[in-house]
Design a protein. Structure first.
Length: 202
């Protein structure tokens, strides 16, 4: 049996970046308090007056140390957890999202940018290498530019299509500095096919 991967020349190939703002809401709240986002111990809560309030975002340390993440209920936060609970500031998140996506548009035309969510966007950088260099150089320039302007740390998945870029982001780039990873069609058998759980896939 043959698969499309048997002849890679027949597959569409672009340089797509899926860019995520790391723990976006929690990072914004850390910056508002003068803290470095990766060092903060905070979580953003939907409704502080309700024990059933939902965690909207948690800083990386809180996720790693306590397992607190998106969807965790307020009553699951124990008194001995060293967590700063923050109220959400949605208007601020929208403003910073707009600024960050404006930075992405410094590197690609409007038609090559797609806002996926308030903290994640896709950009096609296939046509800008003569201006900005390799995929890695472009990703690094974007990360540096966003951090300088906002203090937000971004992670970048790079792929030959949007799916591969998203998988590279979620399964690879988010794991460790420099917060970048690149997946191509040739990586699919080794990196994608071994996944057994659909939750790991997406």
């Amino acid at each position: 049996m043959t698969t499309p991967l048997d002849d890679l020349s027949r597959l569409p190939s672009h340089d797509i970046m899926c860019i995520d703002c790391k723990s976006f809401y929690a990072s914004v709240e850390a910056i508002r308090r003068g803290e470095y986002p990766l060092a903060a111990k905070n979580a953003v809560l939907s409704r502080a007056e309700s024990a059933g309030g939902l965690i909207l975002a948690a800083s990386p340390i809180v996720k790693a140390k306590y397992g607190v993440k998106l969807g965790t209920r307020y009553f699951e936060i124990k008194p001995d957890m060293d967590i700063q609970i923050c109220a959400p500031h949605m208007q601020k998140y929208i403003e910073i999202n707009y600024l960050i996506n404006s930075i992405y548009r410094e590197f690609a035309m409007n038609q090559d940018c797609y806002v996926y969510s308030i903290d994640e966007s896709f950009i096609d950088v296939s046509y800008i290498h003569q201006l900005f260099g390799s995929n890695r150089e472009i990703a690094t320039a974007i990360q540096d530019r966003v951090f300088a302007a906002t203090g937000i740390i971004t992670t970048v998945g790079i792929g030959q299509n949007p799916l591969l870029a998203k998988l590279a982001l979620d399964l690879d780039a988010k794991v460790r500095p420099p917060w970048q990873a690149s997946w191509g069609y040739k990586d699919v058998p080794e990196k994608l096919w071994p996944l057994k759980d659909l939750g790991d896939f997406w």
